[in-house]
Design a protein around this ligand. Structure first.
Ligand SMILES: [Zn+2]
Length: 328
């Protein structure tokens, strides 16, 4: 027995009209899907999407908070990351439904990502345009690496020895003869390994593994952030001091040569106007602390990581002039 939210019943029914996913409207379902209605229970956590599609209002509110941090923004790109384990849960549920009911999935199902994208963005479209090439990324990330690895570990211990052996071949080279002893970490549970794992599972074992979903409650954390892609400033610098390192020189926690560096001096005015906290200097060649850089200067690129605002040209030019700093 499983429990579905109404959105997952629609997904399993391959309903392509996303309007139906906004409010519960299951009367439109065809005969194949009507039989899923007995599993729909919106008050409990859905065993198919693990509750991800039951908190749409919460995600939308969080997106609005992020958008308010960039009041002048007109275009953003939405990026959704779904935990790989979801694909295994989907496969187990589909096998169970096929074995217990007359439901078939010949037309495929609507992806959780497509439903999320539609429901989260539909009301935000009054505020911003969603554009796939925008440099502002609205990222919605679901994760709980611990639950994923714990679930897979339990899953393997429930498999037959033969299936366990096959999974061992996929997941861990060092435990390929006995997957049940494998100590998994987050890097073992990826989209690719989950896909291979599903392929290697006999249909019968998939259907019978569904109970594990209920006995291993999985709670996903969601992180929503609106971040600008890194920006790059190119230029040339001159250095007249013989006591200034190019980047901070820190050994055993102690700073040497100078309390600052070329990187910090160049980055400081940019970090002020871009409101970011980290920048990385890449220059055309390294130089020793006591080497001066004269003539046309040394070419560099400064990577402005996660800028929180985009300055106008006037501010940018002021940052260019500011780095002239005299050291003692
Ligand atoms: Zn669901």
């Amino acid at each position: 027995m499983t429990q579905l939210c109404f959105r997952c019943a629609l997904r399993l029914s391959n309903v392509q009209n996303f309007e139906f996913y906004k409010t519960e409207k299951l009367s439109e379902l065809d005969e194949n899907c009507q039989q899923l209605l007995s599993f729909v229970n919106n008050q409990s956590k859905c065993n198919f999407c693990l509750g991800i599609l039951q908190k749409i209002e919460f995600y939308r509110e969080k997106c609005l908070v992020e958008l308010e941090k960039w009041p002048s923004v007109s275009q953003v790109q939405i990026l959704i990351t779904i935990p790989p384990l979801i694909y295994l849960i989907e496969s187990l549920t589909k096998s169970w439904l096929q074995s217990e009911t007359k439901w078939t999935s010949t037309d495929g199902i609507v992806s959780i990502k497509d439903v999320l994208k539609y429901l989260v963005t539909i009301d935000l479209k009054e505020k911003v345009i969603f554009q796939s090439d925008s440099s502002l990324n609205l990222a919605i990330i679901f994760e709980n690496e611990k639950s994923d690895t714990e679930f897979i570990t339990n899953f393997i211990s429930n498999c037959s020895n033969e299936t366990g052996y096959r999974i061992g071949q996929i997941l861990k080279a060092n435990a390929k003869h006995d997957a049940k002893k494998a100590k998994l970490n987050k890097y073992d549970v990826t989209n690719i390994t989950i896909e291979k794992l599903i392929e290697s599972l006999p249909e019968k074992e998939q259907a019978s593994s569904l109970e594990l979903v209920k006995s291993n409650p999985i709670e996903y954390n969601v992180e929503i952030s609106l971040e600008h892609e890194h920006l790059y400033v190119a230029g040339r610098y001159l250095k007249f001091s013989r006591q200034l390192p190019q980047t901070p020189w820190i050994m055993n926690g102690v700073r040497h040569f100078s309390d600052t560096s070329v990187e910090e001096i160049i980055a400081a005015p940019f970090e002020k106007i871009f409101q970011n906290s980290k920048s990385i200097l890449s220059s055309s060649g390294r130089e020793d602390v006591d080497v001066r850089t004269l003539g046309n200067g040394r070419p560099f690129i400064l990577e402005i990581q996660k800028p929180k605002q985009i300055p106008n040209n006037e501010l940018l030019l002021s940052a260019q002039k500011n780095p002239e700093r005299k050291l003692g």
